[in-house]
Design a protein around this ligand. Structure first.
Ligand SMILES: [Zn+2]
Length: 400
């Protein structure tokens, strides 16, 4: 769903404002003018992201990060137009962003975002990546929501200790601007991963001695590092990231494979390519460049080795249980450098459920019965993992 977040009623009113603004001629061929091709927004629990897509890179004047009720972004691009389906006035109407207005003149475009009180914003540009165009991103966060989120995670950790349960974090790959791989008939990886992850969480929450949580509960983007940080703050015992493979980008393929972290990188070129594709989520979904904060210490290495050993055991148990479904072949356990698997606090694996660009597997992936079965198989694999590693579910968890 692109532009699915406004209501027609609100738009009818706002469209009146648009009368004087230019828009791109429909179906223009050849030397198409530079255009704003989309303006979209995604509401996450603690922030809202507004994204402006352009047909080519532009020079943007971005405000410094801070707090303001009105944020203005200007683009120096004489002759720029709005694509015919882009509205110049958009009602976002969530608790962070009220609305977004676009004005064009001879020098370029000016975008005004009207924000709610108690918010902070950060604006940055993203170069074209994968099938994504040049973008300007404005992230608007709510301080109060962030504080509430911290309290929620601390509470999950406290309840875990109190109830003597093992905590499993399930991570639906991609989300929001980052759709992941695309399959035939409009099947998108980000939707499949959320559905399967929800089924797995439901199944685990009906299992004695286990509690399960999602890293995202809706269609919004969460940076890779933040996904396992959420699990760390909640004192998780396991982390399972759910994805769909695609051979558009890496040769012909079908089947399921389960990955755990490789410290040296994958030995196989195809696995290295896959890790590059999944790790590009932060580029596609949009994270401003920042330095890695790799910690190196003896304790870190000990924890990391223990986590890796258990990750392998978890991967084996999950694949064994998925392989019970003969409709999708098993491609085995593999290792690659996935950014989302970098925590040393718990075992973590990444499940490439099936190939979304393979028509037969895409139809399975979007089938709610298949999704539920997959959730059930993965949940059985989790229980088998705990048994194999000597954990008695329902008994007191080790002190963190
Ligand atoms: Zn993926």
């Amino acid at each position: 769903m692109r532009r699915g977040w406004w209501t027609p009623g609100v738009l009818a009113g706002l469209a009146a404002v648009a009368g004087t603004l230019g828009s791109a001629p429909a179906g223009a061929q050849g030397a198409a003018p530079l255009a704003v091709t989309a303006i979209r927004s995604w509401s996450a629990p603690t922030n809202t992201r507004v994204v402006f897509d352009f047909s080519a890179p532009v020079d943007a004047v971005l405000p410094d990060s801070g707090s303001a009720r009105r944020v203005v972004v200007t683009v120096a691009a004489p002759g720029i137009v709005l694509a015919s389906d882009v509205l110049p006035a958009i009602a976002v109407g969530d608790t962070a962003v009220d609305s977004v207005y676009t004005e064009l003149d001879a020098n370029g475009a000016r975008f005004t975002l009207v924000l709610s009180p108690g918010t902070a914003f950060k604006a940055f540009t993203l170069q074209p990546a994968d099938d994504q165009p040049f973008r300007i991103v404005v992230d608007v966060s709510r301080a109060e929501a962030r504080a509430a989120e911290e309290r929620r995670l601390a509470q999950i950790a406290a309840e875990k200790r109190r109830d003597r349960v093992r905590l499993v974090y399930v991570d639906p790959g991609h989300g929001g601007d980052d759709t992941g791989a695309r399959g035939p008939r409009g099947v998108l990886e980000k939707n499949v991963t959320l559905a399967v992850a929800q089924d797995l969480v439901d199944e685990l929450n009906h299992t004695h001695g286990i509690r399960a949580m999602l890293t995202r509960t809706g269609d919004y983007f969460v940076p890779l590092r933040q996904r396992y940080k959420l699990a760390e703050q909640s004192k998780a015992d396991l982390f399972i990231s759910i994805h769909c493979n695609s051979s558009h980008r890496r040769g012909h393929g079908s089947g399921t494979e389960v990955y755990f972290l490789s410290l040296q990188g994958a030995s196989d070129q195809a696995d290295r390519d896959l890790a590059d594709i999944e790790n590009a989520a932060d580029l596609v979904g949009g994270v401003p460049p920042q330095a890695e904060d790799d910690v190196v210490s003896v304790l870190y290495n000990v924890k990391r080795n223990a986590a890796l050993e258990h990750s392998q055991l978890l991967a084996e148990q999950l694949l064994d249980h998925i392989a019970a479904d003969r409709r999708v072949e098993s491609r085995g356990i593999k290792q690659a450098s996935f950014a989302v698997l970098k925590s040393v606090e718990f075992p973590s694996v990444l499940v490439e459920t099936a190939f979304i660009n393979n028509l037969r597997e895409a139809l399975l992936l979007r089938d709610p019965t298949f999704q539920r079965n997959l959730g059930r198989q993965l949940a059985s694999g989790v229980v088998a993992y705990f048994t194999a590693s000597g954990v008695k579910l329902g008994a007191a968890a080790d002190a963190p």
